[in-house]
Design a protein around this ligand. Structure first.
Ligand SMILES: [Zn+2]
Length: 220
């Protein structure tokens, strides 16, 4: 947060002479770089979101496999759901927590997302006869009125304007999921059991492994 500093001209001149800047050049560069990298991250999230939905049929076919494979279930997919509320703004699907001065990002994982999509609120019937999954929602926290959008992995159809549910029914599962993600990370700190970065899996890597698996299964 910006700090408002009120100083007279004499004090300002003395400070400039001593080269004591309120925001130094190094700090300004660091802030500019942070903004650049945040923009890059946003682009990356959008690309991954598209990739996830383009491959949702593959993901759903391997649902159990994903839930039972730790490195798949723990893939960060905070970009998958878009939620928001009037007066409050976009709902954070990722929390930045500070652990003894170190920043840690905890977000919705693929395992959590598949769990959320098991809840009746997050499922709708598609006109093709299959199940579509809610991927965006918004509404009013005062009246509870909501409008949501869903995606069908079978016919790749987008369903807009779903208004039959309350906003709270969308928000609660996300909040519960984030709370359990946070608890898992805090548990890792308490037990001092940390994995190695090499154990991490990306969405891209998982998708190619699943495709290979299906290919091998189809081989005569
Ligand atoms: Zn469909």
């Amino acid at each position: 947060m910006a700090v408002k500093i009120q100083e007279g001209f004499a004090l300002f001149s003395r400070r400039m002479e001593a080269k004591v800047y309120i925001e130094g050049d190094d700090e300004a560069i660091d802030n500019m770089e942070s903004r650049k990298s945040e923009n890059l991250e946003k682009e990356r999230d959008e690309r991954k979101r598209k990739l996830l939905y383009d491959n949702l049929d593959l993901i759903m076919r391997h649902r159990e496999d994903i839930l039972n494979t730790h490195r798949y279930a723990r893939i960060d997919v905070h970009y998958a759901l878009h939620g928001g509320a009037a007066y409050i703004g976009p709902m954070a699907m990722q929390r930045r927590i500070c652990a003894d001065g170190v920043q840690i990002k905890v977000g919705i994982t693929l395992g959590s997302l598949l769990g959320i999509w098991e809840i009746a609120t997050y499922k709708v019937n598609c006109s093709c006869g299959n199940t579509a999954y809610i991927r965006s929602f918004g509404g009013s926290p005062l009246s509870g009125v909501s409008v949501a959008g869903a995606y069908c992995p079978h016919c790749k159809n987008e369903i807009h304007g779903i208004r039959s549910r309350s906003l709270g029914d969308y928000v609660r599962p996300v909040e519960n999921a984030l709370a359990s993600e946070e608890a898992l990370v805090s548990q890792a700190f308490t037990s001092r059991v940390f994995g190695k970065p090499g154990e991490l899996c990306s969405l891209e890597k998982m998708l190619s492994e699943l495709k290979l698996k299906e290919y091998e299964a189809s081989e005569p």
